[in-house]
Design a protein around this ligand. Structure first.
Ligand SMILES: NC(=O)c1ccc[n+]([C@@H]2O[C@H](COP(=O)([O-])OP(=O)(O)OC[C@H]3O[C@@H](n4cnc5c(N)ncnc54)[C@H](O)[C@@H]3O)[C@@H](O)[C@H]2O)c1
Length: 352
């Protein structure tokens, strides 16, 4: 007898697909073809596939979903899937469909402010730059990718955005950013960053270590060093660094990324302390998992096993707009009494 099959669609959650006698094998085969297993979904397994398409930044597409559905339908029609595994124990609390969060713009919150945002071409930086511009700010949007910046500017036609293609690790590029910003710089969001390849210290290469530190630590330090004289002269300014859950604990990434994010936490606290009497505030946001284009490769079996195990308790990933809400709060005058704060924006991961 062929196993019972409930029709799967884009509205079905990843967990439902994995538990389905036809959907499970089809997904696991697709993952295996790409050298992954189901752990790759992490907490995103609680999303429907339609939500994954929306949030994955092109990594999971409608065509891929259509292909999966066609394969499941073909397997169900042939009745050839393996028998379903024993049913999982019923959860102690029934899952409740949560209402979608809606971004609410605070009109004019950044009017008259010039804000530099790094990594503005994608993910959290793009959402942050967008929100500031839509709240009246003048945005200097910096990214290493010219194409992403062009797309960002085209999407925000009519708003006060200057794009600058710049690598945060290149001194000559940082000079271009300062020129574009001019004398008055009210805020800086150091968002650009890269992941490592999840290697523990005995496997990390010099290349990965040096690049991750250059982008995640030295770049933000140099840009802060460059804008601070203008902020100190004005007697006001707000800097927000983007750390990570990996800046708070040892179980979220490889040795290089974890160390770099702990370093940015140190830079934030030291700066907050040093400039406490100057009107310049320096804070950081520590995101949990966020659906963006950031690439997290697993080049180490040990790393994959250890980090995936820790991921079992992480909350559902956030959207980039949700992170922009936290970052713009600290950047804006709403963060007036906050200095040296490392704000986890992680749905409660850091409470675990
Ligand atoms: N996505 C997550 O789950 C997550 C979690 C914790 C922390 N973070 C942090 O959030 C920040 C933003 O990451 P994201 O997830 O939005 O990634 P993303 O890859 O979507 O965006 C990062 C942007 O930074 C740009 N960039 C990379 N190197 C650069 C360089 N040398 N100079 C200038 N621009 C450069 C990229 O082109 C890209 O547009 C990073 O600091 C990252 O470490 C992300």
């Amino acid at each position: 007898m062929s196993p019972t099959h409930t029709r799967l669609s884009g509205d079905s959650k990843v967990t439902e697909w994995l538990a389905d006698p036809y959907g499970g094998p089809v997904i696991r085969a697709m993952l295996a073809e790409n050298g992954h297993n189901e752990k790759v979904f992490g907490p995103a397994k609680r999303f429907s596939f339609n939500k994954l398409i929306k949030l994955s930044g092109g990594r999971f597409t409608q065509e891929m979903l259509d292909d999966l559905i066609a394969k499941v339908d073909a397997a169900a029609a042939a009745g050839g899937a393996p028998e379903p595994e024993a049913a999982a124990p019923a959860p102690t609390t029934a899952p409740v469909e949560q209402p979608e969060w809606e971004e609410r713009i605070t009109d004019g919150r950044f009017t008259g402010k010039t804000v530099i945002v790094t990594g503005a071409g994608s993910g959290i930086g793009r959402a942050t730059a967008s929100r500031i511009a839509r709240e009246g700010g003048r945005v200097i949007a910096l990214d290493i990718s010219e194409d992403r910046l062009k797309e960002f500017a085209a999407e925000h036609d009519g708003l006060d955005i200057t794009v600058v293609r710049a690598d945060v690790t290149a001194d000559e590029d940082l000079a271009k950013v300062l020129d574009a910003a001019g004398e008055k710089i009210d805020a800086l969001a150091n968002v650009a960053g890269i992941m490592d390849n999840m290697t523990p210290v005995h496997e990390v290469t010099d290349e990965i270590w040096n690049r991750v530190f250059a982008v995640n630590v030295t770049g933000p330090m140099k840009l802060s060093r460059a804008v601070l004289p203008r902020m100190l002269a004005a007697g006001r300014g707000s800097i927000v660094n983007v750390a990570s859950e990996a800046g708070l604990r040892g179980s979220a990434a490889g040795a290089a990324y974890t160390s770099s994010k702990h370093a940015i936490v140190g830079l934030t606290k030291n700066s907050a302390f040093m400039y406490a009497e100057t009107g310049v505030r320096v804070n950081a946001v520590a995101p949990g998992a966020v659906m963006t284009n950031i690439e997290a490769r697993f080049d180490s079996e040990l790393g994959q096993d250890r980090v995936s195990t820790a991921m079992a308790v992480t909350p559902t990933p956030a959207s980039a707009d949700q992170l922009a809400a936290s970052i713009t709060f600290l950047l804006s005058d709403d963060g007036v009494n906050l200095n040296g704060v490392i704000l986890p924006s992680d749905g409660g991961w850091s409470a675990a």
